[in-house]
Structures are given as structure tokens and as C-alpha cells.
Design a protein around this ligand. Structure first.
Ligand code: IPE
Ligand code: IPE
Ligand code: MG
Length: 260
């Protein structure tokens, strides 16, 4: 791995116990919005001689755990990159399996999310999602829409370029129809046309599996996010790693171009 990024990856922060890291991070300001690129399911399965789909099933368990952990910390928004606009390029059987997961997750986890006061939202174009999966996704949103706790965004059939292009199309329509004028358009106005309207930008972006790239995730919103990478594959992710990422986030100096 490049030496320049080595220091960002799993720092030796921790001879501490998981509980000790948790109580440490609770004493400093937490990121309001954490976004995660959950990567490495396929490699996790391959290492075990299992089909890639087994990696996705194992990854779902981590989704449940990371939602619980974020909720317990009192994080406001958690965005989980679940299926990109580019992931349709994968083998048909894998895509079909991925499309079945939300239906299963609905059965096993919806009630817990409701009980936790979690509000689920979807980021992405759901029109291309198979109807039974789409209904499951809508059910998550509808059953949790009045909840006021942690907001969990599932980015499904999400691509940042797609999101930005759709925003531009909508803006042009609104200018043509006279609903808005060009003068109104500034950065915060543009934000209202994005799928994350009303939400703070991610403070912290986590990517698992050792890939150091963004893969078309939240390009507009992560302009000033802190990025944290780990070699750990998503099905091996843990509450402890989430705490470690936050611990390191709290030690970063966010300057936004200014001098501190
Ligand atoms: C992430 O794991 C899950 C999705 C993108 C749906 P991958 O399936 O990309 O796993 P690798 O990168 O092939 O190991
Ligand atoms: C990014 O992972 C998308 C999700 C985690 C859903 P990919 O595995 O699709 O990204 P690339 O292809 O390695 O960039
Ligand atoms: Mg991948």
C-alpha cells in the first residue's frame, strides 16, 4: 500500500477495549452524518471458497450491526451504499440475489427499525428495481416515515452523476416553467434538487476492503467530508471499527480551506 495512505488505515489506536473507545468518542463531537461504501463482500466469500452471494448475505448482518451501533451512538444520518448504478454490469444471478436481499431484510429487520425509531429513506432511482423488491423498499420508507430517530439512507441504484444529472434536468424544467429563476440558483439551492435534500453532508465517509476510491458515491455532498479507509472486508466490519473511524475523525483538523 502507498505509504502516504498507510497512516490512515487502521491506526494502532487501539490497545483499548471496544467499550473504552466508545466512551472516548462519546466525549467529543460525533459526526452527524456517516456514509459507508460497504465493499468487499465478493472477496470475503472467495477467500472462503463460497459463492459471491454468500458474501452479500454475510454483509447484511453487518448492515444490521452498523445501524444498531450508529443508533446507540446517537448519529443523525447513516448512508449505506448498497447498489450502484454501475452494479447492473454484474452477472445476472448476482444482481438477482442482491435484489432479493431487501425483501429478506424487511422480514427480519423492519420491526426492529420501527422499534428503534429509525427512519429509512432510499437514495436512487427505484423505477429500475424489480417490482417485488421495490415494494419492500417502499414498505421500509412508509412504515418508518414518522420516526424521528436515526435516518438510514439506503443508496440503491444510486450513482452520483445520475443524481446530479437528474437535478440539472429538474432545474431546467423549473426555470422553463417559471417556477424558479436563474438568479435563485446557488449551492444551497442546488442542494434542494439532490436526493439528500434536507440532510447535512457526510462528515465522515468510510470505505472497506482496501479500495481507495469513491466509485460514484455522493460526489457533490462529500466535497469536505473526512475519508477513512480500511483493508477490512465489509462482512468483517465491526462496531469497534466504526468507533475507530470516529475516533480518528475526531482527531482530524477540518479546515475547509481556511487556516486554523
Ligand atoms: C460490495 O461488495 C457489495 C456491492 C457492491 C453490492 P462487492 O460485491 O463489490 O465485493 P468485492 O469488491 O467484489 O469483493
Ligand atoms: C461500490 O462498490 C458500490 C457499492 C458498495 C454498492 P463496487 O465494488 O461496485 O466499486 P468498484 O467497482 O470496485 O469501484
Ligand atoms: Mg466491490
Amino acid at each position: 500500500m502507498l505509504d502516504s495512505i498507510k497512516r490512515f488505515v487502521n491506526p494502532a489506536s487501539s490497545s483499548k477495549s471496544t467499550e473504552e473507545i466508545m466512551s472516548k468518542i462519546m466525549k467529543a463531537p460525533l459526526p452527524q452524518h456517516i456514509a459507508i461504501i460497504m465493499d468487499g463482500n465478493g472477496r470475503w466469500a472467495k477467500k472462503r471458497g463460497l459463492p459471491r452471494t454468500a458474501g452479500h448475505a454475510a454483509g447484511m448482518i453487518r448492515v444490521r450491526e452498523v445501524i444498531r451501533a450508529a443508533d446507540e451512538l446517537g448519529i443523525k444520518v447513516l448512508t449505506l451504499y448498497s447498489f450502484s448504478t454501475e452494479n447492473w454490469k454484474r452477472p445476472k444471478q448476482e444482481v438477482e440475489y442482491l435484489m432479493k436481499l431487501p425483501i429478506q431484510f424487511l422480514k427480519t429487520d423492519l420491526q426492529e427499525l420501527v422499534d428503534r425509531n429509525v427512519r429509512v429513506q432510499m437514495l436512487g432511482d427505484l423505477s429500475a428495481i424489480p417490482p417485488t423488491t421495490r415494494s419492500a423498499l417502499h414498505e421500509f420508507v412508509e412504515r418508518t416515515q414518522n420516526n424521528s430517530g436515526l435516518i438510514v439512507n439506503f443508496a440503491i441504484n444510486y450513482g452520483a452523476r445520475d443524481e446530479i444529472m437528474s437535478a440539472i434536468h429538474q432545474l431546467i424544467d423549473d426555470v422553463h416553467s417559471g417556477k424558479i429563476t436563474k438568479d435563485q440558483l446557488d449551492e444551497s439551492f442546488f442542494h434542494q434538487y439532490l436526493l439528500t435534500r434536507g440532510l447535512p453532508d457526510p462528515d465522515l465517509v468510510i470505505r472497506t476492503s482496501g479500495e481507495i476510491r469513491i466509485s460514484n458515491f455522493l460526489l457533490w455532498q462529500i466535497a469536505y467530508s473526512e475519508l477513512w479507509f480500511t483493508e477490512v472486508l465489509w462482512p468483517d466490519f465491526s462496531k469497534r471499527l466504526l468507533y475507530q473511524a470516529i475516533d480518528e475523525f475526531q482527531n482530524r483538523s477540518r479546515r475547509y480551506g481556511a487556516v486554523k
